[in-house]
Design a protein around this ligand. Sequence first.
Ligand code: FAD
Length: 678
Amino acid sequence: QSGTLETNVDVLIIGAGPAGLMAAASLAHLTAVPSSSPLAVRIIDKRSTKIFSGQADGLQCRSLEIFDSLGFADRAWKEANHMIEICMWNPDASGVIQRSDRIPDTIVGLSRFQQIVLHQGRIERFFLDNIQKYSGGAIKVERGILPTSLEIGEERVKVRVRRLTEEQAAPPQVRTGSKSESTDGLFRSNLVGDDYEDQNITHQSDGEEEVINARFVIGCDGARSWTRRALGPEFELQGEATDFIWGVMDIIPITDFPDIRMRCAIHSANDGSLMVIPRENRLVRLYIQLKEVTPDASGRADRSKITPELIFGAAQKILKPYKIDYEYCDWWTAYQIGQRISPSFSHPSNKVFLAGDAVHTHSPKAGQGMNVSMQDSFNLTWKVGLVAKGICHPRILDTYQSERRRVAQDLIEFDHKFSRLFSGRPAKDVMDAEGVSMAEFKEAFLKGNLFASGLSVDYGPSSLVVKSGDPGELGDRSDRSRKLEGVHKITDEAFRAKQALAKGLPVGMRVNSFKVLNQACARPWHFQERLKADGRFRVVLFAGNILDQTQKQRVKAFCDKLSSPSGFLRQATPEGAKVDSVIEVLTIHSAKRTETELLTDFPDILHPFDPRTGWDYNKVFVDDESYHEGFGDAYHNYGVDKERGCVVAVRPDQYVGWIGELEDFDQLQEYFEGILVL
Ligand code: FAD
């Protein structure tokens, strides 16, 4: 069409929910990595506003670690309600609910963060502020914009979009005349058919049009993803729905139930189950099983029958003999439990990707959707950004599908089991085979807590992860049943030997955090705090006992190769850029801090000199006692030999990619040659 505005971008993100905002934020953080021109990124959303209440609220440990690497975990940590204990309530022999068990909400010692709860609207706010700060205002969510067609070309993806009116972009609300003027989230519930929401706006042809030519498109447009549908039927979600219907209410409760400020899993004898999630600002979220609402012949429940009164009535029954009421309801919704996943997360061209609810949906009770969705796009965007900048080989884009689809599959399996245990009737005794055993439920909860934390994610072998094992297929579709390109080969035996150098840093998993001290100023740091999400790879040199002369020679020999013009470090650094702009070298040694000197005991490359700013004092750390914050015992916790040390390559998303001896420089060189355009 002549006269239509046409623009070019590097990355177009469709959808500004948690997955899309994470994508935009992590792309904004890539500014530290040099490129000939800044990345052009746009993010569009058909809605006129962000979320203000309701929806997701649980933030898991891994998400908080990621927020910290982006610089805003402290905001969430301060504002949120902290989840410390889970109480299990079950019927006793006479059918009356009683507290039967308590377990810690987060497994002790798993992370420096524990699960917290804060509503999605605040989290979206933190993202928006962060994107503004790190992009210098260049990336802004453009609201009220609807994509209408997508065409994948040789070089670029052509996306046609249309600007909506205020009215078209506002989410529809069901007004029920209930106690308080709360907003409802039914418009995003899976009880609403796929086309319901868009049918009013897609068929109107008014509104300004634009064609956006993007090198990469990331579809983060939720469970009813337009991008997914535009890619074709082979991307459709597959899976099943159950007959279990649940309601959700965010209220300020007035009750005599003693554990209302604890996370509770309550199974009543005959009236269904309830989950209590204590929230910020006196709010409590109730997930309530609606036993009286069942799906019709089409498999879907009639959403017009679901009101806050009906949902709350069910909660009152489950909680009997305790009483509960409310004056203020902040938000409510209902959903039907089901687990669905797309066969493919990326188009074979590796130009269009899908993330978050667009490719996996499940029940919200385990607090996974937002977390896994954000973690999807966090996994993807540094790869897309570094390929767009010409720093990384496009082949690394294959690993998005191979890494994240596996996580989503695990999530679906977990949710399948968990939600059935939750929605089932408690067993009366061991002979009651149809009932749910409460011992099994507790066991699933305990195991589920590790999975739910996001810290059990273990990526398989690929161009980015050097380990033995099966790299897996790129997807389930026949045209994609090829193995990953450029996978580094290593035998099981050789890998076991390398992994033994740092048992506490499993290759393929995220770097855990222990405190170390800055060699130059003695300040304690959680080591993970030094692994910012700025797009840089890191080589972590565990320099061992640097005071031992043999070890000092080993460190020197490693650093000589590192400093060489033909080594990966210099080769990866663009002309005129700082030597740490693509790969940063960080050192942790195990000698006494007070017996070692930064400038004389450590080769220059470990604390590079800049003519304008002098030596870099922020790259060498020591595993030693601090004055005020104890001893992190990092070598012990990472399972590294205090005398000999080792070398670890860490990806920009904090996952361990490679482990070797100080003499294995050539293998490290090979690792980076497989990833970077040197
Ligand atoms: P969404 O949040 O759905 O965002 C998609 C965005 O894309 C929206 O802004 C939408 O307006 C936009 N969009 C849609 N279509 C288009 C289009 N055609 N063009 C442009 N833009 C479009 N998860 C947790 O982790 N923890 C929890 O405790 C939790 N609790 C939940 C409770 C409830 C009641 C519900 C309903 C969900 C809960 N979830 C929870 C799940 C969580 O909300 C989702 O998994 C998460 O929001 C997914 O993020 P997303 O960015 O992929 O998609």
